[in-house]
Design a protein around this ligand. Structure first.
Ligand code: AMP
Ligand code: ZN
Ligand code: FE
Ligand code: FE
Length: 274
């Protein structure tokens, strides 16, 4: 059983439609794929229908943008009620925060002679639930300012970049509760990448486990072997599920993030979603 529990379609910042993503999952030999778009569930129906055609089990999921002690933390949610009103409300705040931030980022880019309009960005975000930094990056590529999306995160849009502007993110502990209250499972995504390693200590995981956290995404390209061993120890001590996944974004991220790049053990999958 090949199981990949973290992927993005064009309903957030991936480049495949949800159906294309599932076709590609079948081609990659996956038996189970979770669609976990940033802060959005709008791809679920299309992905599930494609899963039935392709013989791939599609797990409906999400990756929520949260904040914990001032650091950005991504929280994966699975198989929850997407209509749970407090959750819907919180996701709307996060998505709205992205859209409100957009003109401010564009103004900063303009100060540096980079001329991108909201229409340019809308052309890139297309079917996405909101326009995020990757779509701004894509507009910079389309207008010839940079060669690839990743270059925008080297000095422009990354958290120390010249055009960076903060946006709303859901408080992490509240987001875990919202997913649990909506009947779902909560797993911290790539906890020891980009800054969140500073706040996601073993003690923090203990606090999260007490709130109902189900698992930790251990096998992810952002984690080296030392991080993976450390996180496995934390998971074992707290009896949390260990997951592995690709964080696939189509052509929006490098081939290191290909479907099936990291997998979840079938026994762990059964513990989480069985
Ligand atoms: P947003 O939440 O709209 O600010 O955009 C965040 C998304 O941008 C993340 O989910 C990643 O897909 C992408 N991203 C953030 N930081 C980087 C980075 N340093 N390099 C490449 N992509 C990044
Ligand atoms: Zn992303
Ligand atoms: Fe993430
Ligand atoms: Fe992701």
């Amino acid at each position: 059983m090949r199981i990949d529990l973290h992927t993005h379609s064009n309903r957030s910042d991936g480049t495949d439609t949800p159906a294309e993503l599932v076709v590609n999952a079948a081609l990659a030999g996956l038996d189970v794929v979770a669609l976990t778009d940033h802060d959005a569930t709008t791809g679920w129906d299309e992905a599930r229908a494609a899963g039935e055609r392709e013989g791939v089990v599609v797990v409906p999921g999400i990756e929520i943008s949260t904040t914990f002690h001032g650091e950005s933390v991504h929280l994966l949610g699975y198989a929850f009620d997407p209509a749970h009103p407090p959750l819907v409300e919180e996701l709307e705040r996060v998505l709205g925060g992205r859209d409100q931030r957009l003109p401010r980022i564009l103004a900063r880019l303009a100060e540096h002679g980079i001329d991108i309009t909201e229409e340019d960005v809308a052309l890139q975000s297309g079917a996405a639930a909101a326009s995020g930094r990757p779509h701004i990056a894509d507009a910079m590529v389309a207008k010839g300012y940079i060669g690839h999306r990743d270059e925008a995160f080297q000095g422009w849009l990354n958290s120390r970049g010249r055009a960076y502007v903060e946006r709303y993110a859901a408080p992490l502990l509240g987001a875990v509760r919202l997913l649990k209250d909506a009947g779902g499972q909560a797993v911290v995504a790539h906890p020891w990448s980009r800054g969140s390693d500073r706040v996601l200590t073993a003690d923090a995981f203990e606090e999260l486990a007490a709130l109902g956290l189900d698992g930790i995404e251990v096998d992810h390209v952002d984690h080296d072997d030392v991080a993976r061993r450390g996180l496995r120890d934390v998971a074992r001590a707290l009896d949390l599920v260990v997951t592995g996944s690709s964080d696939y974004h189509g052509t929006g991220k490098s081939s290191a993030f290909h479907l099936g790049a990291n997998l979840t053990d079938p026994g762990e999958y059964e513990r989480l979603l069985g």
